[in-house]
Design a protein around this ligand. Structure first.
Ligand SMILES: [Zn+2]
Length: 228
């Protein structure tokens, strides 16, 4: 988890050609938040929700963003099907004049049966949108993404003297089913909260070596950065 939090906090610093020392304020913030972020990670992992049904998860993300000092909008977004409620979460953290940076997490889980045997393994079952009984699991890492996202908000709040601008935190529903991003745009994400100068999103990836992050900009060229 510390790796994930360091990762997302490192990207802007990397882009600014800064070197993060072990005892940097960012590293210290990541280390001190780690125990409570792990608890959040396990809680989210134990309570996965399918795409388009992220009610509990979105409420948790909203609560944590609010606690980190963001102005939060819940249930944001519009699906093409007007009968579906959209659980998008937007948290805005303002800190004077400067660029606007969008930071995104995904929130939904998959119809997968967990067999890890972990103490916090998911035992959740539900009916999917077709009415079939399915198990549900965060098998794609969105639980870790959310915990790191919350940690990022906490750290940026704590380190406000070190940056200026606006951060728009986006909790994206229905990433697996694809429609969530479209719903956020259809709901007027950029009109209402402003168009960001930069957007950061990240995902765990099985084909990268352990202890490395891959950075992709607008082109598909990937740069590998060893983590400290
Ligand atoms: Zn995913």
């Amino acid at each position: 988890m510390k790796v994930f939090l360091s990762l997302i906090l490192s990207i802007p610093a990397f882009l600014a050609n800064l070197v993060l020392a072990q005892d940097s304020p960012v590293e210290k913030a990541a280390a001190s938040e780690l125990p409570s972020l792990l608890a959040i990670y396990k809680d989210i992992h134990s309570h996965p929700e399918l795409s388009g049904h992220e009610e509990r998860t979105a409420a948790l993300v909203a609560k944590e963003l609010r606690a980190a000092g963001c102005e939060v909008t819940e249930n944001f977004g519009k699906y093409d099907n007007p009968k579906l409620k959209c659980y998008g979460v937007i948290g805005v953290m303002k800190n004077g004049s400067g660029p606007t940076v969008l930071v995104r997490t995904d929130m939904d889980a998959l119809p997968v049966h967990e067999e890890t045997g972990l103490p916090y393994a998911s035992t959740v079952t539900t009916k999917n949108d077709e009415g079939r009984d399915v198990s549900v699991m965060h098998a794609c890492g969105h639980d870790a993404h959310m915990a790191a996202f919350i940690g990022t908000a906490r750290a940026l709040q704590r380190l406000k003297q070190d940056w200026n601008g606006t951060v728009i935190f986006v909790g994206q529903p229905a990433e697996e089913a694809v429609g969530g991003a479209r719903a956020l745009l259809k709901g007027g994400l950029y009109n209402r909260f402003g168009k960001p100068d930069f957007a950061l999103g990240f995902h765990d990836k099985a084909d990268l070596p352990t202890g490395h992050i891959g950075v992709t900009q607008a082109t598909p060229t990937r740069t590998l950065i060893p983590l400290m």
